[in-house]
Design a protein around this ligand. Structure first.
Ligand code: RIB
Ligand code: CA
Length: 308
């Protein structure tokens, strides 16, 4: 079993990733930390709790983190996830408050006291993770690794150059990619190859509370992708990162040097991946280059269905 902390910005695909985490015996979820990203911190935090409440999982701690990037202006993705960050499903408001501690300090306490090394799974901007690494560098040795959703070898999704999570806080990403911690980047190159479809949603809708919730999340979330890309499906980006932890054979990676552009607007947030060793950068990341989409989606549907 892999001990995991999910650092997220729910967000429809974060919510599905959280459900997949809870449904998978390969993962021991130590807790959830939240960050400003798809929506403001108050909303992403409320959404994480709302999803856990839906499954009666008040045993899973939630700690709120950074309410803005390290240095850039706060950006959200209301055009994708709506005003609440989880538009679509009818979910009650959060039934509890997050932990009193800031996510970065909460993370440090859990990582430091964990009996075995912890895997961080960030599925939002990397602000919390960068702050954690800066404030508690001595705890790097207690991390088994970081498996993040973000970036792209190819085109971005918020600009031609950059993927949203990296674009929101490029300085944080640069810190994480330069940290020396074992890093896996699950980017758009693979998440866009594994689209959840109406058929998957339909199968899930009748399997119980969790499946119904995912079907309702999909119904709202897929509209953006239909309008933007003309797809009859939607990428469950964050669940791909969780799936990599569950079964690494689902996603093929290549280890290479990746450097983050923290510059001006056109290239801001680009994950420059030296996949073919052209520029001889020190390899610092396992970059996802392919996904077994059928097995991933089968796992997702089976596990969410099993939640009842
Ligand atoms: O670019 C996709 C990523 O940005 C996903 O994690 C989505 O939830 C948003 O955070
Ligand atoms: Ca996310």
């Amino acid at each position: 079993m892999t001990s995991v902390i999910l650092d997220c910005d729910p967000g429809h695909d974060d919510a599905i990733a959280l459900l997949l985490t809870l449904a998978s015996p390969e993962i021991g979820l130590l807790g959830v930390t939240t960050v400003s990203g798809n929506q403001t911190l108050d909303r992403t935090t409320a959404n994480a709790i709302r999803v856990l409440d839906h499954l009666g999982r008040d045993d899973i701690p939630v700690a709120a983190g950074a309410d803005r990037p390290l240095v850039r202006r706060r950006e959200v993705a209301a055009n994708v996830h709506g005003h609440t960050g989880l538009d679509g499903p009818e979910l009650p408001g959060p039934g509890r408050e997050p932990c009193a501690e800031h996510a970065v300090d909460w993370l440090a306490g859990v990582v430091d006291s964990a009996p075995e090394p912890v895997t961080l799974v960030p599925t939002g901007p990397l602000t919390n993770v960068a702050l954690f690494l800066a404030r508690y560098p001595e705890l790097k040795r207690k991390l088994d690794g970081i498996v993040l959703m973000g970036g792209a070898i190819g085109e971005g999704n918020v600009t031609p150059a950059a993927e949203f999570n990296i674009w929101v806080d490029p300085e944080a990403a640069a810190r994480v990619f330069g940290s020396g911690v074992d890093l896996t980047m699950v980017g758009l190159d693979v998440t866009h190859r594994a689209l959840m479809t109406p058929a998957h949603a339909q199968r899930l809708a009748s399997t119980g509370r969790a499946g119904r919730l995912v079907a309702d999340l999909y119904d709202f979330y897929s509209r953006f992708h239909r309008d933007r890309y003309g797809w009859d499906g939607a990428p469950v980006h964050d669940a791909c990162a969780v799936a990599r932890v569950i079964d690494p054979t689902l996603i093929e990676t290549c280890t290479c040097g990746v450097r983050i552009d923290t510059g001006g607007e056109l290239s801001r947030g680009r994950t420059n991946a030296d996949r073919w060793g052209r520029v001889g950068w020190e390899p610092n990341c396992h970059v996802a280059v392919d996904i077994d989409a059928e097995r991933f989606l089968g796992l997702l549907v089976d596990r969410i269905s099993g939640l009842g």
